[in-house]
Design a protein around this ligand. Structure first.
Ligand SMILES: Cc1cc2nc3c(=O)[nH]c(=O)nc-3n(C[C@H](O)[C@H](O)[C@H](O)COP(=O)(O)OP(=O)(O)OC[C@H]3O[C@@H](n4cnc5c(N)ncnc54)[C@H](O)[C@@H]3O)c2cc1C
Length: 430
């Protein structure tokens, strides 16, 4: 029996078997053997979900040996990959093909299957989460059969964000864009100014997001925009990259959080200093190098998607919770934006969203803070990120997703014995 733990150290389980299949046939065999033994089966990618969505005490599959690009079509810019490939490994291989994913989140260790299964997203007024780039999925079902779901298949809408509930994904076809460079411009801006200029900041940039430092009116805004073909790469100098991304954002931040976890009264002053230390910077480089930053300070996170119009009220409600003196919070709050998509269980389903993410250092208990934030988010039709912490169940979630019942009907047909379920899925899907 092995012990499995997620990145955020919020989930720990002891699966009966932990297997590393190297092919679709080996995944089929693992699923059939689990069925024979009456055990549930789950796959995990990088364990980067904060919820127990990937956890099982049955058979746990890592697809880390299924990590190859299988083929690409230059005419359609479609790329077929094995489901266990990480975004970190995929991005440079796409670049070598002259391609890129149109949008990414802010880290890259996740597997393709894990990222799409929970609706992992970045930011962009006219852009979607990674799942919207999925145009085909190969799935090993509970009977051990291999199912190919393409755009014509009636279950296509359910296959791109599956929560891991429909089967084991073994291959994915991704619709890519031509490789592109981004010009990144990061600078501090006072929160009231960010909120006042929001329509312009969101609408006039390809990718806009901001971080707000709790207990202060300080924010750091990030504007990433595509540059014309032929623009020269201008990366950050190595020292500046180390100073900003490694030292200030990670090494120093870890030490600061250790102190803050013991002396929470210092946090408002620390946040004010942090908000001033991360100064303005500009650079131009490959899209995936701009989207992605290293994250070595461990934390827990809760994130909800809400209609964009809710944002000022959501921020005001969080400000008043902080003003109530309940708890001092050291991690900045991250705010992002996406366009509506047609993926049934995506947080972006048919809605232009803002996303508000709250974080807590992993050594501090997030329960009270995340519960207060969840109350604010659910008052605004919030849809929780499937991989980030929340306490909601099927009764609430079925009201938030127009195709919820259709998704559950497909689950009933594909997995009537709940081979791929776990307590988290029982809670959120009923
Ligand atoms: C530091 C950090 C930064 C993050 N940044 C972002 C961000 O910017 N944007 C964002 O939206 N999210 C972000 N996340 C959340 C993360 O992207 C998601 O939780 C994602 O699902 C993790 O991918 P994973 O490969 O680790 O999957 P896991 O967490 O291991 O699994 C997630 C789900 O996918 C299922 N799954 C995995 N592989 C398969 C398979 N082969 N077949 C079927 N199901 C499978 C699992 O069973 C589970 O249900 C972040 C998380 C961390 C820790």
């Amino acid at each position: 029996m092995s012990t499995w733990e997620n990145w955020g150290r919020s989930v720990r389980t002891q699966p009966v078997r932990l297997l590393h299949p190297a092919s679709t046939a080996e995944v089929q065999a693992a699923v059939l053997a689990a069925a024979r033994d009456g055990l549930p089966v789950k796959a995990y990618g990088a364990g980067h979900s904060f919820t127990a969505i990937a956890a099982t005490e049955g058979v746990l599959l890592s697809l880390d040996r299924m990590d190859r690009v299988l083929g690409s079509d230059p005419a359609t810019r479609r790329v077929r990959v094995q489901a266990g490939i990480s975004l970190h490994a995929l991005n440079p291989q796409l670049k070598a093909l002259g391609l890129a994913l149109p949008n990414l989140g802010d880290v890259d260790p996740q597997s393709v299957a894990g990222a799409v299964s929970t609706g992992t997203h970045g930011t962009g007024d006219r852009l979607h989460g990674i799942s919207a780039a999925v145009v085909g999925v190969q799935l090993v079902t509970a009977t051990g059969d291999v199912l190919e779901i393409d755009e014509q298949h009636p279950w296509f809408g359910a296959s791109r964000v599956t929560l891991g509930a429909l089967g084991i994904i073994t291959e994915v076809t991704l619709q890519c864009a031509p490789a592109f460079l981004l010009h990144a411009r990061e600078e501090p801006m006072a929160l009231p100014e960010v909120l006042e200029r929001l329509p312009e900041l969101v609408g006039e940039n390809d990718h806009f997001e901001f971080y707000w430092f709790p207990h202060t009116e300080k924010a750091l805004i990030k504007r990433n925009n595509r540059v014309p073909d032929g623009t020269a790469v201008q990366p950050l100098g190595r020292f500046r990259h180390w100073l900003d991304d490694e030292f200030l954002s990670n090494t120093l931040y870890e030490r600061v959080n250790r102190v803050a976890a013991r002396r929470r009264g210092l946090i408002p002053r620390i946040n004010a200093i942090s908000g001033s230390l991360l100064g303005a910077r500009e650079y131009t480089t490959d899209s995936f190098d701009v989207f992605v930053s290293p994250r070595t300070v461990r934390f827990r996170e809760s994130e909800f998607a809400m209609p964009r119009t809710a944002l000022p009220d959501v921020i005001a409600a969080l400000q008043s919770w902080f003003a109530g003196g309940h708890e001092n919070i050291s991690f900045p709050i991250e705010v992002r934006f996406t366009a509506p998509d047609d993926v049934w269980m995506s947080t972006g389903h048919e809605r232009a969203n803002c996303y508000v993410a709250v974080h807590q250092y992993w050594r501090s208990d997030p329960t009270a803070y995340f519960a207060a934030a969840q109350d604010v988010f659910t008052a605004h039709e919030g849809r929780p990120h499937w991989g980030k912490m929340h306490t909601l169940g099927a009764d609430y979630l079925s009201q938030r997703y127009a195709r919820f019942d259709d998704f559950v009907a497909i689950r009933d047909e594909l997995d009537p014995e709940r081979r791929f379920s776990n307590p988290y899925l029982d809670r959120v899907l009923g």
